[in-house]
Design a protein around this ligand. Structure first.
Ligand code: NAD
Length: 307
C-alpha cells in the first residue's frame, strides 16, 4: 500500500486531493492546523493529525509521497498574519522537505500564479520571472511561495530530495470552499444568495481565469505521476473580467446590484495561464467551463445556508 501525506488536507483543495488519493488506493495522512478548513470537514477515510507544518508533530509514516498544500491561501487570510504566512512558506516548506528527505518521498509543492505578481507578460508562461512588489502587503504570500519554490529546487540540486514537483495553481473554485474565505467566486455567490450587492474592487476590468476543482485535482494528480520537475501552470485559460463574472453570477442567482470599492494595493490587473506545458508534457487541460462549474458551486453554497 502506498502512503501519502497531504498538508493542508482539511482545506478546499487538500480535502478533494485526499479523497482522490484514497480513491486511487493510497493510505492518506492529513496534517492541518485547522486555520481555514473546508466546511465539509476533514476527508473521510484519511488519518487526521492536527498541527502546523512550521513545527510539525510526529507523523505516522512511512510516506511515499508528500503533497504540500498547507498555507493561508486567500488575501483576507494571509493579510491577517503576514509573518505567519512567510513562516509557513519558508519554515513549513523546509520541514516538509526534510520529511520528504527522511522518507525518500516524492514531494509536490502547491505554488501559485501569485509568483508572477502583477504580470507584465500575458498570458503567463512558466518562464516569465514575474513582477512582485516586495514591499506590498501581498508580498507576504507571493514571496513565501517564491521562496518555497526556490527551496524545493535547492533541496533537489543538493541531492536531498530528488523527486520534486511544483504546481503553479491559478484561481480555482468549486464545492468545498469556505463561504467567508474572501476569494471572488465565494464572495460573489454568497452575496447574491444573501440578496446583497456584489463587491467589485476597482472598476471591475481586472481579469482572472477560473478553474473548476475537479480539473485542478486531475492536474495535480497527473503532475505527481509524471517526471516533470519544471514548474507547471495549472489553471483554466478561460479569462473574464470581474464585471463579466458579476454579470454571470447575477444571471445564475439574482441581480442584487454592484458596490464598487477601491482597488487593493498590487491587485493583479490581468491573470491567465499559458498551459502549453501542462498540455504537452502532462496531456492535461481543463474540461469544465464556468457555465458547467458554477451551478454545482452555487448549489453547494446554498446547501450550507439551508443547513
Ligand atoms: N484555491 C486556489 O485558487 C489556489 C490558487 C493558488 C494556489 N493555491 C494553493 O493551494 C493550497 C491550498 O489552497 P486552498 O484553496 O485549499 O486553501 P484553504 O485555505 O482552503 O486550505 C489551506 C489549508 O491549509 C491549512 N493550513 C494553513 N496554514 C497551515 C499550517 N501552518 N500548518 C498546517 N496547516 C495549515 C488550513 O487550515 C487549510 O485547511 C495553498 O497552498 C494555496 O496557496 C490555491
Amino acid at each position: 500500500m502506498t502512503r501519502a501525506l497531504v498538508t493542508g488536507g482539511a482545506g478546499f483543495l487538500g480535502r478533494r486531493l485526499s479523497t482522490r488519493l484514497l480513491e486511487e488506493g493510497y493510505e492518506v495522512v492529513v496534517l492541518d492546523n485547522l486555520s481555514s478548513p473546508s466546511p465539509l470537514g476533514s476527508p473521510a477515510g484519511a488519518e487526521f493529525v492536527e498541527g502546523t507544518v512550521v513545527d510539525p508533530p510526529d507523523l505516522p509514516g512511512p510516506f511515499d509521497r508528500i503533497y504540500h498544500l498547507a498555507s493561508p491561501a486567500s488575501p483576507p487570510r494571509y493579510l491577517q498574519d503576514p509573518i505567519g504566512t512567510l513562516r509557513t512558506g519558508a519554515e513549513g516548506t523546509r520541514s516538509m522537505l526534510e520529511l520528504a528527505e527522511a522518507h525518500e518521498a516524492r514531494f509536490l509543492l502547491a505554488s501559485t500564479s501569485e509568483v508572477y505578481g502583477d504580470p507584465t507578460e500575458h498570458p503567463q508562461r512558466e518562464e516569465y520571472t514575474g513582477s512582485v512588489q516586495v514591499t506590498s502587503t501581498r508580498a507576504c504570500y507571493d514571496e513565501a511561495k517564491r521562496y518555497a519554490e526556490a527551496l524545493t529546487y535547492a533541496f533537489r540540486r543538493q541531492g536531498r530530495v530528488l523527486d520534486t514537483r511544483v504546481a503553479r495553481i491559478f484561481n480555482t473554485y468549486g464545492p468545498g470552499m469556505a463561504p467567508d474565505d474572501g476569494r471572488v467566486v465565494s464572495n460573489f455567490v454568497n452575496q447574491a444568495l444573501a440578496g446583497q450587492p456584489l463587491t467589485i474592487y476597482g472598476d471591475g476590468s481586472q481579469t482572472r481565469s477560473f478553474c473548476y476543482l475537479d480539473d485542478l485535482i486531475d492536474g495535480i494528480w497527473q503532475l505527481s505521476n509524471s517526471d516533470v520537475v519544471d514548474p507547471v501552470n495549472l489553471g483554466n485559460p478561460e479569462e473574464m473580467s470581474m464585471k463579466e463574472l458579476a454579470t454571470t453570477i447575477a444571471e445564475e442567482i439574482a441581480d442584487t446590484g454592484i458596490d464598487y470599492l477601491p482597488l487593493p494595493e498590487s491587485d493583479p490587473s490581468r491573470r491567465r495561464p499559458d498551459i502549453s506545458r501542462a498540455q504537452q508534457r502532462l496531456g492535461w487541460e481543463p474540461q469544465v467551463g464556468l457555465a458547467e462549474g458554477l451551478p454545482p458551486t452555487i448549489a453547494y453554497f446554498r446547501s450550507l445556508i439551508d443547513g
